[in-house]
Design a protein around this ligand. Structure first.
Ligand SMILES: Cc1cc2nc3c(=O)[nH]c(=O)nc-3n(C[C@H](O)[C@H](O)[C@H](O)COP(=O)(O)OP(=O)(O)OC[C@H]3O[C@@H](n4cnc5c(N)ncnc54)[C@H](O)[C@@H]3O)c2cc1C
Length: 308
């Protein structure tokens, strides 16, 4: 939509230039959909355009991967094909396309919207939030006067469309550590409709072949991460979910009732536990691809062979 309250578009990445009535402009898919009046009590008057930031979209090193806030979904999708990854056995890369594909986006949104825009919009169904939280990503946040701070993505998102950014702060990048990329991963997602937003998205990771890290997103208003020293039994996992996620933390909107999201969280968590308990290679990365509610045979996940 037209943002006819905008008086200026300023090309900058300097938080010192931010003033009341400004918004950082990344891909613009939210800003130009929601309009000037959706971001506070007063309409927006300036857009601070990150389009000329010139930040390298993805930087690969032995430490892991640095995703610039301005990296688009299309660029992120190409990451697993990067020649710089050859020789690295980072199973966590299997999550990149699974999460991008959870973004049921049009061609325009796919090519314009950014990693940073997805995190800063902070929707429960933010698929890049799921990816970065599930791989222990850490956000680098810039403030005025050269200030910067680092926040785990699981803490960056504080609720439904809320995050820890102070007015004017700029998300610069997300670092995904090699230690998390090296873990074996499992992925499950459900949506109420075939091309709908995620209602439940869970990522499991087995660090060092033994320690389970389970990240619950989309079902809950903010990411919830559970860490286990080993691989729990089914009842231990369910008890840990009981403790970690109070009823009111399950999200409630048109994409799923809280009771459904809760039931599916327990079901998918158990599927992930069972998958990671089985010997490696027994199954590929499972994608729950049968999204429709059914009355016939149970809707189960579609298991894709590795590399499919
Ligand atoms: C058809 C359609 C489908 C969509 N489906 C989904 C979906 O399934 N899941 C989902 O989560 N979203 C969805 N969205 C919403 C949106 O497209 C995404 O969240 C997208 O990732 C936003 O990125 P952007 O770069 O376009 O953000 P922008 O529109 O540029 O910005 C969004 C917000 O983030 C702020 N911002 C952007 N970058 C930064 C930064 N680096 N630092 C600080 N603040 C920043 C902006 O000021 C603004 O408030 C959809 C939108 C459309 C139009």
């Amino acid at each position: 939509m037209d943002m006819n309250t905008i008086e200026a578009v300023v090309r900058t990445t300097d938080p010192a230039q931010w003033r009341d009535g400004d918004a950082w402009l990344a891909g613009g898919t939210v800003l130009f959909s929601y309009g000037s009046y959706a971001f506070g009590p007063k309409p927006l008057t300036r857009l601070l355009d990150l389009g000329a930031a010139g930040w390298t979209p993805m930087t690969i090193s032995d430490d892991g991967i640095e995703l610039a806030a301005t990296c688009t979904i299309a660029q992120l999708y190409s990451l697993p094909d990067s020649p710089e990854l050859s020789g690295r056995t980072w199973s966590g890369l299997d999550l990149v396309r699974a999460c991008c594909d959870s973004f049921v986006a049009s061609f325009k949104v796919w090519n314009m919207s950014t990693v940073g825009g997805n995190l800063c919009t902070s929707l429960p169904a933010g698929p890049i939030i799921s990816l970065c939280a599930g791989l222990d990503g850490t956000a680098t946040i810039l403030g005025p006067g050269g200030a910067s701070r680092h926040v785990p993505v699981t803490e960056f998102i504080t609720g439904d469309a809320t995050n820890c950014l102070a007015p004017g702060e700029l998300l610069r990048s997300v670092h995904v550590p090699a230690s998390a990329l090296s873990g074996r991963v499992a992925f499950r997602r459900l949506s109420l409709s075939n091309l709908g937003r995620s209602g439940v998205l869970l990522i499991g990771r087995l660090d060092g072949g033994t320690s389970l890290v389970l990240t619950v997103t989309a079902a809950t208003k903010r990411p919830v991460q559970l860490r286990f020293d080993g691989l729990p039994e089914a009842d231990g996992l369910a008890a840990a979910l009981d403790e970690a996620i109070p009823g009111e933390l399950y999200h409630d909107d048109i994409h799923g009732l809280p009771a459904w999201r809760r039931d599916m969280t327990y079901r998918l968590a158990e599927e992930i536990r069972a998958e990671l308990a089985a010997p490696e290679g027994a199954a590929g990365l499972a994608v729950s691809g049968d999204f429709w509610p059914r009355t016939g045979p149970a809707a189960g996940p579609t298991t894709l062979p590795k590399g499919a």
